[in-house]
Design a binder for this molecule. Structure first.
Ligand code: G3H
Ligand code: ZN
Length: 284
């Protein structure tokens, strides 16, 4: 069933696990994520970025997710990932999304608050929950790049005021993760994370850029208040590596379904492994 993120993330926060947020782009990614989450009896968040909308079409993605959620026996959240504008957030809410992330974190504080408040008002009237971000992660997400030297860790005081000023339901924070492929091993600022969590214990915290972060670090982050973990690159790599290997092994094959199907299976395995790390299995 399709639900908003409020109760699902509140339960995760309370009970000390995290819900996986996985990016979708097409039928295969939706099927893989849904099969993995269903096999693990876990709640799941399907994430759609602006580029995914451009690629697959908003109406197509919503129809596919709605049908998949209807058939599944687990809570499913359909989320706009890194929504760059109030207009797109509204459009997604009107189309049936159950959570939206408004990401105007690149704007000055007052403008970030103003845009986020507008989305919160529109969303809450319609039973949709809202995530927003304070701070800046390095790396590239949805064609938006932040250089390493421009990354900015979230400050405790600004997290407190941002939540109070906006009324958001969950908060994405920057504590050392980055979008995309890591060059070295990511180092997370766990002390900062715990301090933020203790300052706003009622607000579920979100970790972006979580592909490539070691399982131990993810577990530690969950212990210190992370309730939602965003994964995209790990899924893309699983899919593309598998397809590539299969095509190299069978260069004469023209069986589109066998090739895409192998990629789909690889994503499903990745989803199940992540859910085991996040501790959300059996929580549906
Ligand atoms: O919003 C999506 C994510 O933060 C995914 O980041 O591609 O580094 O896993 P990732
Ligand atoms: Zn992200």
């Amino acid at each position: 069933m399709l639900v908003n993120a409020k109760q699902v993330l509140a339960a995760a926060s309370r009970e000390g696990y995290a819900v996986g947020h996985f990016n979708i782009n097409n039928l295969e990614t939706i099927q893989a994520i849904m099969s993995g989450a269903t096999a693990k009896k876990s709640p799941v968040i399907l994430a759609v970025s602006k580029s995914a909308i451009k690629y697959a079409g908003l109406d197509n993605l919503v129809a596919l997710v709605r049908l998949a959620a209807q058939k599944a026996d687990i809570p499913v959240i359909l989320n706009l990932d890194h929504g760059p504008s109030v207009e797109l957030a509204r459009e997604c809410i009107d189309a049936g999304f159950t959570n939206v992330m408004i990401d105007t974190s690149g704007l000055p504080y007052a403008d970030n608050v103003a845009a986020t408040r507008e989305v919160v008002a529109y969303a809450h009237e319609r039973g949709v929950s809202v995530e927003a971000e304070i701070g800046a992660l390095a790396g590239t997400e949805d064609n938006i790049s932040v250089a390493e030297q421009d990354a900015r860790y979230t400050k405790v005081e600004e997290a407190v005021s941002f939540v109070a000023d906006t009324g958001i339901d969950s908060l994405a924070i920057a504590i050392g993760t980055a979008h995309g492929v890591y060059k070295g091993e990511p180092r997370l600022d766990f002390d900062r994370l715990l301090a933020i969590h203790q300052a706003i214990p009622e607000t579920p915290l979100v970790l972006h850029g979580s592909s490539g972060v070691p399982a131990e670090s993810l577990r530690e982050a969950i212990k210190r208040g992370i309730a939602k973990i965003n994964i995209d690159t790990d899924l893309r790599q699983a899919f593309l590596r598998t397809i590539n290997a299969k095509m190299n092994a069978e260069p004469e094959s023209v069986d589109l379904r066998a090739i895409l199907g192998a990629g789909r299976e690889a994503i499903q395995h990745t989803i199940e492994a992540k859910i085991d790390i996040f501790g959300s299995a059996g929580r549906a």
